[in-house]
Ligand binder design. Structure first.
Ligand code: SF4
Length: 360
């Protein structure tokens, strides 16, 4: 008799396992850091490669991307920059779906990542089979997925959007009388739903970093800093979004920090963004939003454990070895490209610039 019990691996279990497996790179001495920067610079030239980094990775990697002719941005802009750059290899410092997005838009280029197991809780929460079944159960709805999804989910969706354009796309679809199936971030979906009144079914995913921000602790911090303005990424819970002066994408929050009159900001997103915020507004003060109430513990502490896996050592290693290349089945890539391209075309068709600032 077979006593084995088969247990389905739930998305929640995958997230917990992936968090347990996410180890930050070993700390480096100043000398080691210096030597690795020199080595990586030389390797980028030798391998005809360019480094594109996300706002949430280590500040040293962002600086290296800047000074070596690469780019620091959100996931779509990273992929678009890679497309325009003549280098034949793109090195993506971020999490896996970002490497995949770069490959979707740049099939002719080699895309390498310092760490292929750098996950995202939103991506993990939305496995392709469950998502496809959900779409099949609601054929009357237009599926709109966030960029933080696998290539397979992007291929199955009608639209792919980033946080900078999600509101405009859903508002447009709503005006056409379409009902939406939204995945995977429930907080961003709920925010868009409140703003547009669109008929939206929301997938129950969330970002472990933004989910941890707490409204009550935020109120206490705001009372301590009454002159500070509050900048919030819309992946945060509604109780935090409601306290914001500005709600917007990473790019929008950096622009707000630079352009607003205030000199002090409380920022509710991954603290990796402070590198670019301080560069954009060097004389202003930035304070991390609180991630838990008094006496509580946080699981991510305002920093993504998977973004943190990117380091100088594994970056130099993969440039040298050519390992950790992103590959995507060509049929899936083409279908995913169709959904991504819809967003790009939508942005270009609009006579007014894409809404970059979403003021609450
Ligand atoms: S910060 Fe959140 S949304 Fe971004 S990669 Fe990490 S888990 Fe995903």
């Amino acid at each position: 008799m077979n006593n084995k019990v088969s247990i389905a691996v739930t998305p929640e279990r995958r997230i917990v396992d992936a968090m347990a497996a996410a180890h930050p790179p070993a700390p480096l001495s100043e000398q080691e850091r210096h030597d690795l920067v020199d080595k990586t610079r030389a390797l980028l030239v030798e391998k005809d490669a360019v480094l594109v980094a996300h706002y949430y990775v280590d500040a040293g990697l962002q600086a290296l991307a800047d000074e070596s002719g690469g780019f620091v941005a959100d996931s779509l802009e990273m992929a678009r920059f890679g497309h325009q750059h003549p280098a034949t290899t793109l090195v993506v410092a971020g999490v896996r779906f970002m490497g995949e997005t770069a490959k979707i838009l740049n099939p002719e280029k080699r895309v390498l990542m310092p760490e292929l197991t750098a996950e995202c809780s939103l991506d993990l929460s939305c496995p392709i089979q469950a998502f496809a079944e959900y779409c099949d159960a609601h054929p009357e709805r237009t599926s709109v997925v966030y960029a933080n999804t696998s290539a397979e989910v992007k291929a199955r969706a009608d639209w792919v959007v980033t946080s900078g354009i999600a509101l405009d796309v859903v508002r447009h679809l709503h005006s056409q009388g379409e009902k939406i199936l939204w995945a995977p971030d429930r907080h961003l979906g709920a925010y868009i739903q409140r703003q547009t009144d669109a008929d939206m079914l929301l997938w129950p995913g969330s970002c472990i970093v933004h989910e941890a921000f707490k409204g009550d602790a935020m109120i206490r911090l705001m009372q301590k800093h009454p002159d500070a303005r509050v900048l919030v990424h819309p992946e945060s819970p509604a109780g935090v979004i409601d306290l914001a002066d500005v709600v917007g994408s990473t790019t929008a929050l950096i622009k707000a920090a630079q352009s607003m009159d205030a000199t002090k900001f409380i920022v509710a997103t991954d603290r990796g963004i402070f590198y670019k915020m301080k560069q954009a507004a060097p004389h202003k003060t930035f304070i991390e939003a609180p991630v838990a109430g008094e006496g509580a513990t946080c699981i991510s502490c305002a920093h993504c454990p998977w973004m943190e896996m990117n380091g100088l050592q594994n970056l130099a290693d993969i440039l040298e070895s050519g390992e950790n290349e992103i590959t995507i089945d060509e049929q899936i890539r083409q279908k995913a490209l169709r959904s991504v391209q819809k967003m790009i075309d939508f942005r270009q068709r609009r006579s007014t610039p894409v809404r970059e600032l979403i003021t609450a």
